[in-house]
Design a binder for this molecule. Structure first.
Ligand code: ATP
Length: 497
């Protein structure tokens, strides 16, 4: 998120706002004149702008005008003198989000800035949902079923449960359902319930009132409110704590909810799409998932096949990702030789499409030459494949996909992925950083691999609260591999799960 700009010639006001926003973990950038802020707009923009109206040189209204002309989506809060009604009116006429009369209560100011922030993030979501949903590729019959299902489901408002292994494209499908729905011009808001600490999840979903708990210094809208009129995508729903499942069920049943610490019932006009890589029937049987919520979510189930079940799609996906990473890095896209393509098409891909995407990023940067042969692929991958029993492991899941499977059944659900290759999960960003570093200091290449592995495993463990197997799935590597690497690299804080 970009910083909040504070523009005021009065140093004490800048200081007070900076401190109050820092307490909320919000980054700020301050300017002592409107001129400086106008200048800075040439090289960057704020998430929200807070500006005094009367300053020497250019006024806050001039700044407001400049911002609105170039970036109409940025909310601007204008600070006016207490009795200056004319200025307040001019601010609104100029497109200000709100005005703040001096002297102001700092908590109120923070609350207002939070509201403006929610508004600007909502704008971003709308933009992203409308324009930036990446294309879903797939020629395999199982994917054609998925496309047909998206077509049939997109016009309806029905709750959809998307199941499938990690990295198989569940979020992409949720975005596509939203993009082709009548809600497309409204926000698409995603929340990974497994990535948010349990204590924060409730307020993240439903928002909170000021003072609802220690540290809640301002009212905050939750994801249900942010998604108003649009779609809320709840990823990893199987990990949601039981007490929150109860609250979620209530919203889905009667369409109303309360902010944490709030007494006013709010109406939710949101389409919910949930996803899980877990077997929810097992979770219900184990008492970890509410059966009534399960039935509420499982109205329509869309099952995404694993990449192993649609290996005929590997060539088109690989070409697509090589073109994409070439474009992102500003280099010509590499090609795979027919043998290398054939080799990839026979891999297990435990991390599914995400693993293939990361492998292509790796190839773009690391493989020598324009045409990539088997020997140019990551060493671990080649070795693991060479040592794997021949023929390749058989797959238990049938290749049929999609909807509508009878509610309650998860026929063909494949459980946790098998042990697989591990050298191809570095994300594009890390690869890019490694590439830059290696160009400047070629000798670091020898140690870079280990450092990156350690850093990425730590990040994955952090996101999965130390759960080793979940971290392995996220990284697209096997359970044995992560266990071995944790030992080799001396990483602490991992647990079996
Ligand atoms: N059919 C596809 N065509 C093109 N890109 C795809 C396809 N499926 C997945 N991807 C890409 O693969 C990556 C992983 O997909 P996505 O995040 O949707 O998976 P997921 O199932 O939601 O993963 P997780 O369970 O870990 O949340 C994304 O970059 C996505 O754009």
């Amino acid at each position: 998120m970009k910083p909040i700009w504070i523009v005021d010639d009065d140093e004490s006001i800048r200081w007070v706002l900076e401190k109050a926003l820092a307490r909320e973990n919000l980054a700020t950038q301050s300017f002592s004149s409107a001129r400086d802020a106008i200048q800075a707009l040439q090289s960057g923009t704020p998430q929200v702008l807070v500006s005094d109206i009367r300053m020497p040189g250019a006024s806050g209204l001039e700044l407001l005008q400049t911002v609105k002309a170039k970036h109409p989506g940025i909310p601007v809060i204008i600070i006016t003198a207490f009795s200056d009604l004319d200025s307040a009116v001019s601010a609104f006429q100029g497109g200000a989000f709100e005005y703040l009369a001096k002297p102001f209560d700092v908590d109120k100011a923070v609350e207002l800035i939070r509201r403006a922030l929610d508004e600007s993030l909502r704008e971003i979501d709308v933009e992203q949902s409308a324009a930036q949903t990446p294309e879903i590729l797939g020629q395999a019959p199982a994917m054609q079923d998925v496309f047909r299902a998206i077509g049939r489901l997109s016009q309806s408002n029905v709750t959809v449960l998307i199941t499938g292994e990690s990295g198989s494209g569940k979020e992409l499908v949720a975005r596509a359902l939203h993009k082709h729905s009548p809600r497309a011009s409204q926000p698409f808001v995603a929340l990974n319930t497994a990535a948010i600490p349990k204590d924060l999840l409730e307020s993240e979903l439903f928002g909170h009132e000021r003072g609802a708990f220690t540290g809640a210094q301002a009212m905050r809208r939750g994801r249900f409110e942010q998604a108003e009129g649009g779609t809320l995508f709840l990823d990893e729903i199987g990990d949601m704590p039981l007490d929150l499942q109860t609250r979620l069920l209530r919203v889905l049943s009667d369409g109303h909810f309360y902010r944490v610490g709030g007494h006013q019932s709010l109406k939710a006009n949101v389409r919910v799409i949930a996803a899980t890589h877990q077997n929810l029937e097992h979770r219900v049987r184990e008492g970890l998932f509410r059966e009534d919520l399960y039935h509420r979510l499982n109205v329509i189930r869309l099952r995404l096949p694993s990449l192993r079940e649609r290996s005929e799609d590997i060539p088109i996906l690989a070409r697509h990702f090589l073109t994409q990473s070439g474009r992102q890095l500003g280099v010509e896209a590499k090609r795979l030789s027919p043998q290398a393509m054939q080799f990839l098409s026979q891999l297990e891909f435990a991390g599914n499409v995400r693993q293939l995407e990361n492998l292509c990023n790796w190839i773009t940067v690391m493989a020598p030459g324009q045409t990539v042969e088997i020997k140019d692929l990551p060493q671990d991958l080649v070795e693991e494949r060479t040592h794997a029993p021949q023929p390749a492991q058989t797959l238990s899941a049938p290749a049929s996909a999609a909807m509508p499977l009878p509610a309650g059944s998860d026929a063909g659900y494949t459980a946790a992925p098998a042990e697989a290759s591990n050298a191809n999960w570095i994300s594009l960003l890390e690869v890019e950083a490694a590439h830059m570093l290696a160009q400047e200091q070629p000798e670091v290449m020898d140690i870079l691999g280990r450092q990156f592995e350690a850093a990425l495993i730590k990040i994955a463990l952090k996101h999965t609260h130390g759960r080793k197997n979940d971290a392995a799935v996220r990284l697209g590597i096997g359970r044995n591999t992560i266990t071995r690497k944790i030992q080799e690299l001396g990483i602490g804080g991992a647990e079996d799960d």
